[in-house]
Design a protein around this ligand. Structure first.
Ligand SMILES: Nc1nc2c(ncn2[C@@H]2O[C@H](COP(=O)(O)OP(=O)(O)O)[C@@H](O)[C@H]2O)c(=O)[nH]1
Ligand SMILES: [Mg+2]
Length: 357
């Protein structure tokens, strides 16, 4: 980690060859590599900034460090509000710190208010974990769309890895698209569930079960212990039904009490076993490469969309075509073709204009 000698050719190419990384970004990168938390926090603030100029500076730091990212295990944790995600993450984080790991905790919560200083608005602020020098806790970027928030979190995750954190835990709320988004940036996706009777099993979305590498029934303590055990068995049965024999990994159904730190070690051992299996089959790296490529394409689509809509007069043209489509004066396909042709023409004009400069 952070060893210049084995960071490889790709780093030379990206940092020296492209000219996008200036001396000050390289300087900040060096401090982060050496474990300077303030430098890291500042770079993250830039990455999360809504000002293009700041964000580009933050991204230049990340670009200087990208070859050193990737050594951490990335774990996503989701579940309904109140299931105990933050409590679970704190218990797991403390366990990992006790075992000599450095842990970064991030969150993807597109609903968090601008003032948000807590992770996913809960009352437990991981106070004990926050006191550990080996832990780094960062709440969700507060502004914007799920896509924007998730992209910032991805970038922060890579930065944390370059800074030497061994495990990245990402908390997300179990609503809408956020689970899919978080599962697309982690190695292991864990779904926390409440102890509940039979009928409520259906309450969990089937799609989420398919994303999960483990289902963990939390709050398996006190009066809920036996209910939790039954719930776990029910989920295990349900998983048997949807499993196909070719799967390299069988989604586990487990029990935990975050409050009493029970089942935490078992969950971690499961995550390690999964990583080992996936590495043996080559799927571990393949999944990460797929994730990076998909992320690139998503950023491209967003960028192209942005350029397209920013063309002078485009807002008006789109509104006109929308009307025509709504009034059945034209087809959506013809309307889109016409808008794209106008865009193409504007781009051609810009290109020939800049060539004659
Ligand atoms: N009995 C019990 N309560 C828990 C457990 N984990 C969390 N809680 C409680 O559940 C509530 C919600 O926890 P929190 O971690 O904020 O849930 P989140 O919204 O999913 O992040 C809090 O009052 C916790 O103390 C557990 O394992 N057992
Ligand atoms: Mg929470």
């Amino acid at each position: 980690m952070g060893d210049e000698s084995n960071s490889g050719e790709s780093k030379e190419m990206s940092s020296e060859g492209s000219g996008r990384i200036d001396a000050s970004a390289r300087e900040v990168a060096r401090s982060i590599r050496q474990g300077d938390r303030r430098a890291m926090a500042r770079a993250i603030t830039r990455i999360e900034s809504t000002l293009d100029q700041d964000r580009l500076r933050g991204q230049a730091v990340l670009e200087a460090l990208i070859a050193e990212s990737g050594d951490a295990i990335r774990v996503g944790i989701t579940g309904p509000p109140g299931v105990g995600k933050s409590t679970f993450i704190e218990a797991l984080g403390l366990y990992l710190v006790e075992n000599g790991k450095r842990v970064a905790v991030l969150a993807v919560d597109p609903s968090s208010p601008v003032s948000g200083g807590s992770i996913l608005g809960d009352k437990t602020r991981m106070e004990r974990l926050a006191l550990c020098p080996e832990a780094f806790i960062r709440p969700s970027p507060s502004s914007g769309s799920l896509g924007g928030v998730a992209n910032r979190t991805r970038e922060v995750m890579l930065l944390c890895e370059a800074a030497g954190y061994d495990v990245v835990l990402i908390e997300t709320v179990g609503i809408g698209q956020s689970e899919i988004t978080v599962s697309s940036m982690v190695d292991f996706f864990l779904v926390l569930l409440l102890p509940a009777g039979g009928d409520q099993l259906q309450g969990i979305k089937k799609g989420v079960i398919e994303l999960a590498d483990a289902l963990v029934v939390n709050k398996a303590d006190g009066a809920m212990q036996s209910v939790a055990e039954r719930t776990r068995a029910d989920y295990a049965g349900a998983l048997d039904l949807i499993r196909s024999s070719g799967d390299a990994w069988r989604t586990q159904a487990m029990l935990a009490s975050s409050l009493e730190s029970k089942g935490i070690e078992e969950v971690w051992q499961t995550i390690l076993r999964h990583a080992e299996l996936m590495r043996e089959s080559g799927e571990f790296d393949e999944r990460r490469k797929d994730q990076s490529r998909a992320w690139l394409h998503k950023l491209l689509e967003e960028g192209i969309d942005h350029v397209f809509r920013r063309q002078p007069g485009m807002t008006l043209s789109i509104a006109r075509e929308e009307e025509a489509v709504a009034a059945q004066k034209t087809t959506p396909a013809a309307a889109a073709r016409s808008l794209l042709a106008a865009f193409q023409k504007a781009i051609d004009k810009q290109v020939s204009g800049s060539n004659s400069d």
